[in-house]
Design a protein around this ligand. Structure first.
Ligand code: NAD
Length: 430
């Protein structure tokens, strides 16, 4: 099939590459010329394990191409996937749909034969209806169909998640279009993915309701970890004890920093706003948002306590700065809220991240090329993300000085072993 992915970011690029790997002809479009130039040189603009190799293979066989020419890409494709960003609006907490509607306007100018237009971007309920209205101003409704196909992949695991998804949700009531999409996804369904056909609005809501639920699950165990700290119980025992109940499950039940990333913060806010518009109060999700904001402050306060409020001229090292491991994505990463506060208090900051230097981080914070450089003679190591390379470190050998401290925000290390080694070690909920 001839597919077009509009928006070549984490979702558009990964889905495009994976669809091409399944034998489809794919063109990935983006308005960002630098990104497209890089991709045309066979280079991947994001950090996503396994993507580089898969892209090169399909690029070599001519199954995937990259372009800034949206008109030509739309014209030559049977199915058009909208994969542009839907960030939080600067005016309120709703989803900013500027990019989505711009693409809808581009599409409407280029429909000559029947097109299936699929929204993969996370969009509020009724966005599909609005896209349909925009396109129908210029094109007969018989010549296109708008479908919602929310994407559930996780950065860092994106290829695996795309190829082996738990479910594929297709929101359309058009039987013929549903058959075409079922056919497109058949290789994944054959590997065990559940195919769910719903109304368009239901598909749109499934995505938000799922993300808000997962964010709530994380926030729930984070609050339980606060209680654990007060009563001297290990939150890891609670996570395992709860997670063994199949109704609960172990995933997204590990205490840590405030959740971040490009999805949970914006999607929880957006669904709460959507519900308000329909005069339905999503009080649980609103509490989740508030609790997550409080957690950022709690971790700042906790760091001050660990340092006994003596931050000035102290060296603080961040190991990992992205919002989670195996990605280069800095969106809503908790360290971005901590760094300005520490700088203001006169701390000397450094960081090392396996995905490289970050433009989002204040230039006053020194980027170190490796763990050794980052940890040498530091006063405090903050283990901020859970990259594998942070999991078996010999800290005494790395720091080469006495009385340094470790704040392990991911509970990677055993408190007992750290105590044996006489290292000042602090973690979460234990
Ligand atoms: N990142 C994730 O893990 C993830 C997972 C599931 C769903 N989603 C959803 O998918 C959508 C995309 O997310 P992302 O993380 O891939 O975003 P992203 O910011 O990485 O990529 C979006 C891309 O769209 C391009 N773009 C914007 N307007 C355009 C236009 N008019 N024409 C062509 N290109 C345009 C941008 O230049 C950018 O490269 C969002 O709605 C997000 O909520 C993201």
């Amino acid at each position: 099939m001839n597919l077009c992915m509009i928006g070549t970011g984490y979702v558009g690029l990964v889905s495009g590459v994976c669809f091409s790997d399944l034998g489809n002809q794919v063109v990935c479009v983006d308005k960002d010329k630098d990104k497209i130039n890089l991709l045309n040189k066979g280079r991947v603009p994001i950090y996503e394990p396994g993507l580089d190799e898969m892209l090169k293979r399909n690029f070599k066989f001519g199954r995937i191409s990259f372009s800034t020419d949206i008109n030509k890409a739309i014209e030559s494709s049977d199915i058009i996937f909208i994969c542009v960003g839907t960030p939080t609006s600067k005016k309120n907490n709703s989803a900013d749909l500027t990019h989505v509607y711009r693409v809808a306007n581009d599409i409407k100018k280029n429909i000559k034969k029947f097109k299936i237009i699929v929204t993969k971007s996370t969009v509020p309920v009724t966005t599909g209806d609005k896209i349909e209205k925009i396109i129908a101003k210029k094109v007969n409704k018989k010549k296109f169909e708008i479908v919602s196909n929310p994407e559930f992949l996780r950065e860092g695991e994106a290829i695996r998640d795309f190829i082996y998804p738990d479910r594929i949700v297709i929101g359309t009531q058009n039987k013929k279009v549903n058959r075409v999409l079922k056919n497109l996804y058949e290789p994944l369904v054959n590997k065990g993915a559940k195919y769910l056909n719903t109304s368009r609005r239901a598909a749109e809501l499934i995505k938000y309701a799922s993300n808000a639920f997962l964010a709530t699950k994380i926030t729930y165990i984070n609050e339980i970890s606060n209680l654990c700290e007060k009563i001297g119980v290990n939150v890891e025992d609670i996570s395992i004890g709860m997670g063994l109940d199949k109704r609960i499950g172990t995933r997204f039940l590990r205490a840590g920093p405030a959740y971040g990333g490009s999805c949970f913060p914006k999607d929880t806010k957006a669904i709460a706003i959507i519900a308000d518009q329909y005069k339905s109060n999503l009080s649980i999700i609103k509490s989740t948002i508030k609790s997550n904001e409080n957690r950022r402050n709690l971790f700042k306060k906790r760091t001050f306590q660990i340092m006994k409020n003596k931050i000035k001229n102290k060296t603080i090292t961040f190991l990992g700065v992205t919002f989670k491991a195996n990605t280069d994505d800095m969106r809503e990463s908790m360290c971005l809220k901590m760094i300005p506060v520490f700088l203001k208090k006169g701390a000397k900051l450094r960081y090392y991240d396996p995905s490289g230097k970050k433009k989002e981080i204040n230039k006053k914070v020194k980027f170190c090329k490796n763990i050794q450089e980052a940890c040498l003679k530091t006063d405090l190591i903050i283990i901020h993300t859970e990259w594998n390379e942070f999991k078996s470190l010999d800290f005494k050998n790395l720091v080469k000085k006495n009385n340094f401290k470790i704040y392990d925000m991911r509970n990677i290390y055993s408190s007992a072993k750290m105590k044996q080694k006489k290292i000042n070690y602090f973690s979460v909920g234990r």
